[in-house]
Design a protein around this ligand. Structure first.
Ligand SMILES: [Zn+2]
Length: 101
């Protein structure tokens, strides 16, 4: 549910004195409502899993790919209740990436 607070630009006055020559000085941040939604910036990062070299030999053979797929499924079961959010992305080796739904 959205929470509204007084506009941080005009402090709820709806107009900005210093911009009274622009569109009647209506605050451009809150568009003249005097309110703004209370928001917080958040950052979502990928989860990276380091796999032992002995498990994966960084080649693209079928057995390595199967090994990677099995490990991805194990990680998925451990961390995400088997919702299959972990996928493998082959590049120089294989890394495991948590893909947000
Ligand atoms: Zn404002």
């Amino acid at each position: 549910m959205a929470v509204y607070i007084d506009c941080t630009r005009c402090a709820g006055d709806k107009k900005l004195f210093q911009f009274s020559n622009v569109k009647g000085g209506v605050c451009f941040k809150c568009k003249g409502t005097g309110k703004q939604r209370k928001t917080k910036r958040v950052r979502v990062q990928d989860n990276w899993f380091l796999i032992e070299n002995s498990t994966l030999n960084h080649s693209s053979t079928k057995s390595t790919l199967k090994e990677a797929t099995d490990t991805a499924q194990e990680l998925d079961a451990m961390l995400f209740d088997g919702e299959e959010k972990t996928t493998i992305t082959p590049r120089s080796g294989y890394h495991y990436e948590h893909v947000p739904v």
